[in-house]
Design a protein around this ligand. Structure first.
Ligand code: NAD
Length: 494
């Protein structure tokens, strides 16, 4: 019997009002059930929002350093449990142990960073144009917020939202992906254990189109922080727009790594292999396009293919494995469909291009790491997010053409250039339409103190992580204090 888990509402673990449940299964071995979870309803969302609303007035008045202290304690506890949770995360969502440890580490780093924010939470002071008047800005928590997350970073992405919301003085309802409910539950348990007051953080499991929609539609939810696909993000942004509700969108991308002729090819190949195939390409920053200058195309391609063919594919618990399963059957089918589309469009599969079969693979969702050559910028496989272990090489003649190809998609999250020429580095920094830009580093591997988010269809201008993450959950309040003893009128009115 699978262990049964519950929602977390107002500090209590509650079943679904529907009585229905769903299971979470290991993508490397479908026979392993990670747990049974309540299938949430609009009524459950109503209860969770009510708990968050009730708690908000007291929580917003709790001193900010005290709010930050809960984050510090949660970070220390997560550090103790890192190995245990990394093992469970590999079993729940597939990626290798090295990567699940890193996911949790990123969460710990952000908890510590945001705990420190509890003792900063800076506003500004600015001069007043009138004498004996003082002006400043302070942050004001936005209220009850809805946090909707994907499955590919089951700890780090929820924490980017939860920690920033907590320190900002918001209360929240967290709706994790249906593919990673166990890790979401364990994360919320940590906050319960460190004594976070009931109602500050609530958890509702279930489907996006029920629980997610109910949260987005709820009039008492003042903001939605969403990370996921463009398709769903667009629907949520439309619904939020109709209600004048703030929403922050962290969506998909079609990231790019440019290889210039003067690049250190060994580094460029390793960064491409890591960027394209870590987490089986299921990262929003995955290197799904390689723009390679004609002069180095042959040696780069040969080296990349041989590196990719050396990758061991299998269960992420095996330390030798570099490429783990993809999340679920639906995603596997979608990736295989895109590989077919690429072939039909005229791109050439250099390696991979198929589902893996055999005793090691038959109970899971395994696809061979796939490299396309002869990809051109307008092909669907160069434009649409595949979110799997698939990358493709696009040819360019010079830096200008390379940057043009890089910018030729509707997305704009992460881009990298490999070159030893400082001029190329600065041209790339200046012209790439991406929120995250690297020189001589892979497209993946964001650090928590830097703002994270994308341009164009990757988002709507918000950033997570870094000090900017507080902007998602606070309003700026402009405050002026007049100590002149007169009614002074601005703009020179007597
Ligand atoms: P998804 O959009 O299918 O689901 C994301 C979340 O939204 C899930 O919790 C889901 O249940 C919920 N949801 C689904 N439909 C909904 C609706 N109509 N209303 C409200 N909520 C709804 O994405 P996914 O498959 O879980 O994750 C993969 C996607 O996430 C990729 O596109 C990837 O690029 C993106 N992603 C982006 C970032 C980033 O920071 N830019 C980071 C990680 C992943």
């Amino acid at each position: 019997m699978a262990e049964e888990y519950r929602h977390y509402i107002g500090g209590k673990w509650e079943p679904s009002s529907s009585g229905k449940t769903f299971e979470s299964r290991n993508p490397a071995n479908h026979d392993e059930v990670m747990g049974s979870f309540p299938l949430g309803t609009a009524e459950d969302v109503e209860n969770a929002v009510a708990a968050a609303r009730e708690t908000f007035p007291e929580w917003m008045l709790t001193p900010v350093p005290k709010r930050g202290d809960y984050l510090l304690r949660a970070g220390l506890l997560l550090e103790e449990r890192k190995e245990e949770y990394a093992n469970l995360m590999t079993r729940e969502m597939g990626k290798t142990l090295k990567e699940t440890r890193a996911d949790i580490q990123e969460g710990i780093d952000f908890l510590f960073y945001m705990a420190g924010e509890g003792r900063r939470f800076f506003g500004h002071t600015m001069p007043a144009e009138l004498p004996d008047k003082f002006s400043m800005t302070v942050r004001h928590p936005i209220g009850v917020v809805g946090l909707i997350t994907p499955w590919n970073f089951p700890i780090a992405i929820p924490l980017w939202k939860i920690a920033a919301a907590i320190v900002s003085g918001c209360t929240s309802v967290f709706k994790p992906s249906q593919d990673t409910p166990l890790l979401a539950t364990l994360l919320v348990q940590i906050f319960e254990e460190v004594g976070l007051p009931p109602g500050v953080l609530n958890l509702i499991h279930g489907k996006g189109r029920e629980v997610g929609v109910a949260l987005v539609e709820h009039p008492d939810v003042r903001a939605i922080s969403f990370t996921g696909s463009l398709e769903v993000g667009r629907q949520i942004a439309e619904r939020c727009g109709a209600q004048m509700k703030r929403c922050s969108m962290e969506l998909g991308s079609k990231n790019v790594l440019i290889v210039m002729p003067d690049a250190d090819l060994d580094l460029a190949v390793e960064a491409s292999a890591w960027g394209a195939f870590a987490t089986s390409g299921q990262r929003c920053t995955a290197t799904s396009r390689l723009v390679v200058l004609a002069e180095v195309r042959k040696p780069f391609t040969d080296q990349l293919v041989s590196r990719v063919e050396s990758m061991r594919v299998g269960n992420g618990l095996d330390p030798e494995v570099e490429l783990a399963p993809v999340i679920n059957e639906r995603q596997k089918a979608k990736i295989l469909e895109y590989i077919g589309i690429g072939r039909d469009e005229g791109a050439v599969v250099l390696t991979g291009g198929e589902e893996l079969k055999g005793p090691e693979y038959d109970r899971g969702n395994f696809i061979a790491p796939t490299v396309f050559d002869e990809m051109t910028p307008n092909m669907r496989i160069a434009q649409e997010e595949i979110f799997g272990p698939v990358t493709g090489i696009i040819r360019a003649m010079d830096i200008d053409e390379a940057i043009e190809h890089a910018n030729s998609t509707g997305y704009g999250l992460s881009a990298s250039i490999y070159t030893r020429d400082i001029t190329n580095v600065f041209k790339a920094i200046q012209r790439l339409e991406f929120g995250v830009v690297y020189a001589n580093a892979p497209t993946i591997g964001a650090e928590v103190q830097l703002p994270f988010g994308g341009m164009k269809n990757t988002g709507n201008g918000h950033r997570e992580a870094g000090p900017q993450s507080l902007d998602e959950f606070t309003e700026w309040k402009a405050v002026s204090i007049d100590f002149s003893g007169r009614v002074q009128k601005a703009q020179g009115i007597d």
